[in-house]
Design a protein around this ligand. Structure first.
Ligand SMILES: Nc1ncnc2c1ncn2[C@@H]1O[C@H](COP(=O)(O)OP(=O)(O)OP(=O)(O)O)[C@@H](O)[C@H]1O
Ligand SMILES: [Mg+2]
Length: 338
């Protein structure tokens, strides 16, 4: 069953056979659920309710010539299952209404016409008010903090949540491609020369390799292994006018170092142009587990800044090239630990 808007009859029949809709329900409309690249996502409007369907395919849905692990939707489903009974976490996520592993198809509660947080990268959208989103960000940081102390992981995830294929994919994009000479990426003038410096920087590359090994679970860390969201950035957050903030898209989730999620968050808040002491205030709501390393957070944050500015997955940043260069230099120091 292909989750495509022009495949309405087959989708309708399939939903009926799964019991996800009843015979009395008719599909009134099927439209894109929102912006996304990796998967197929559709909002299905029925007479009296709507649902969101998400289907993974063995490639990036928007770029079919790029292969991607099809089992990612099962990883996402496992994450949702693992947190379902923890209301402090699950109430900030859509409810799972069904999972059809054979068709790599997930049925989610429709959070409604929410907006994502991608405009956070453009502070002009905040009308000069640096505190405009502080309540939402505080809630998101608290959510992450709760996630990282989720108890009984062995019981919740008896097979673990290795998500190895997705980690391998991300590993290449985060820790390797941006620091590899001749990676074929075209960068804006000013960033290209830094990219060249960085690809020749043995210390930086060595540290990135070590961080990458930790990300892949091949190098130990002092902090406990926790359940990570794995992609905790503004594209994974939604805001609904009445029900508030939501976290979606845990397809990169895995059991690993909490510093990775926090580092990614720190990197994105930096690129949203939050500065000290605002940054520190926001992150203050994160309660670090024992053994947690702020140096490691900085290192993961640095590598995330580097990969977002010099790698494939670029962001809608409004910052000047001068700001980006400043971020890159400080990112390098953070990766190297000072
Ligand atoms: N449960 C939901 N309720 C309402 N809207 C949703 C829901 N799930 C997803 N969306 C919308 O669809 C968009 C894409 O969803 P999602 O990020 O899960 O897909 P994706 O293919 O994994 O995206 P990406 O390529 O960014 O990883 C979201 O940004 C959001 O606008
Ligand atoms: Mg995704």
């Amino acid at each position: 069953m292909d989750l495509l808007a022009d495949n309405r009859d087959a989708i309708s029949e399939h939903l009926l056979s799964l019991g996800w809709i009843s015979a009395a329900e008719k599909i009134e409309n099927m439209t894109s659920a929102g912006e996304g690249n990796m998967n197929r996502t559709l909002r299905v409007t029925l007479d009296s309710r709507s649902i969101v369907l998400k289907q993974s395919v063995p490639y990036v849905a928007r770029y079919p010539d790029i292969a991607a692990p099809v089992e990612r939707i099962a990883m996402e489903a496992e994450f949702y299952r693992a947190v379902a009974d923890q209301s402090e976490l699950s109430r900030y996520m859509p409810a799972v209404l069904g999972f059809d592993p054979g068709n790599h198809l997930l049925c989610l509660e429709d959070l409604g016409p929410s907006s994502d947080f991608m405009d956070l990268y453009d502070p002009d959208e905040r009308g000069g008010d640096t505190t405009a989103h502080n309540d939402d960000l505080t809630s998101l940081v608290s959510w992450l903090s709760e996630l990282h102390v989720l108890p009984n992981l062995d019981r919740r995830l008896p097979r673990g949540l290795d998500n190895h294929a997705m980690r391998e994919l991300n590993h290449a994009h985060i820790f390797e491609i941006p620091l590899t000479a001749g990676n074929g990426l075209t960068l804006e003038t000013g960033l290209d020369s830094i990219a060249e410096q960085f690809t020749n920087d043995e210390a930086l590359r060595e540290r990135a390799t070590a961080l990458g090994q930790m990300y892949l679970g091949r190098k130990p860390h002092d902090s406990p292994k926790v359940l990570l969201h794995g992609d905790f950035y503004p594209g994974s957050w939604l805001k609904h006018p009445s029900s508030g903030i939501k976290v979606i898209d845990p397809e990169f989730a895995f059991l690993g170092p909490p510093e990775f999620d926090v580092g990614v968050l720190l990197a994105h808040l930096t690129m949203c142009r939050y500065e000290q002491p605002e940054l520190a205030r926001l992150l203050d709501n994160y309660i670090p587990p024992p053994g947690f390393s702020h140096t490691l957070v900085d290192a993961f944050a640095g590598i995330e800044v580097i990969r977002r500015l010099l790698g494939v997955a670029q962001l809608p940043l409004s910052a000047t090239v001068e700001s980006k260069i400043t971020w890159l230099h400080s990112a390098r120091s953070m990766v190297l630990g000072g």
